[in-house]
Design a protein around this ligand. Structure first.
Ligand SMILES: [Zn+2]
Length: 274
């Protein structure tokens, strides 16, 4: 996996996946069909294949629609690039070894097929998290379909890592434990501070990461959310009372712990001794 050419190839593959994620990000919250050819949101012109080459088309068209010259959203190349980079990262660094080494078998000893299926599940998880991030940011909505897919990939991820029924039930309980504070905020703020989507998302985070690592993910979510929120207020982009979706920050926390959980847990152990 180490050669540059392989990495470039994987990046191109990932950016093509990202281009499909862009479709999900925009169509799922509007309940539109996810099949069917892409068209310009402004002039409705059908986009040709050469308008849809990930990253490249955006750069080549200088971020404008070829037909009506309306500015295209930065979301498109960003999602394509992030997905491409994530794919390269997952395939070369195996983040599945993270999560505090809680349940993962050593990939070098597991069968290649099982290991690659495990990686597919991980890529599914990351793709779903990217969709949640952008659709919640843009439409303040997390589609139930994407939450279901995320949960499904999380179950598969554990399945390919040979966890026992007992461990499964522990992870389910972890999900409930991590979702509890978010549920309480949702309930007592009467949906103003958090939505039901945030509750489900945090439950899946807990299931995926186990409760300790899951709580750390939530902690990162609150901190990054607070920093981002104060920035917007200082820049006068938002008023104190206006709504900032919380889902994207849960995604940031989950991704950080997914990729660097093991290292972060080690540091915490050294500092606090637990
Ligand atoms: Zn157009």
């Amino acid at each position: 996996m180490a050669t540059l050419i392989t990495k470039v190839f994987i990046f191109i593959l990932g950016s093509a996946v990202g281009s499909f994620l862009n479709v999900l990000i925009d169509r799922l919250p509007k309940n539109e069909k996810i099949t069917g050819w892409s068209h310009c949101d402004n002039c409705k012109e059908k986009l040709r294949w050469y308008d849809l080459i990930p990253v490249f088309s955006f750069v080549f068209l200088r971020g404008k629609c070829r037909y009506c010259h309306k500015k295209l959203s930065w979301q498109y190349p960003i999602v394509e690039m992030v997905t491409g980079i994530a794919l390269v990262y997952v395939l070369s660094f195996r983040p599945s070894e993270a999560r505090g080494g809680i349940f993962l078998s050593d990939p070098s000893t597991s069968l290649p097929l099982v290991a690659s299926l495990g990686m597919t599940a991980m890529l599914g998880i990351i793709s779903c998290l990217i969709v949640v991030f952008f659709s919640d940011l843009k439409y303040h909505l997390i589609s139930d379909y994407i939450l279901l897919a995320l949960f499904g990939f999380s179950i598969l991820d554990k399945f390919f890592n040979n966890i026992t029924i007992q461990q499964y039930s522990n992870f389910f309980i972890s999900g409930l434990i991590v979702a509890l504070p978010i549920f309480l905020i949702y309930y007592f703020s009467r949906e103003r501070a958090m939505g039901l989507g945030d509750v489900y998302l945090s439950a899946i985070t807990g299931f995926l990461l186990s409760w300790k690592v899951g709580y750390l993910a939530l902690y990162i979510a609150f901190v990054t959310g607070a920093i981002f929120g104060s920035f917007l207020i200082v820049l006068h982009k938002k008023k104190l009372k206006s709504k900032i979706p919380f889902g994207p920050f849960i995604v940031i926390g989950t991704m950080v712990m997914l990729f660097w959980g093991e290292k972060i847990m080690e540091i915490i152990k050294r500092l606090y001794g637990f």
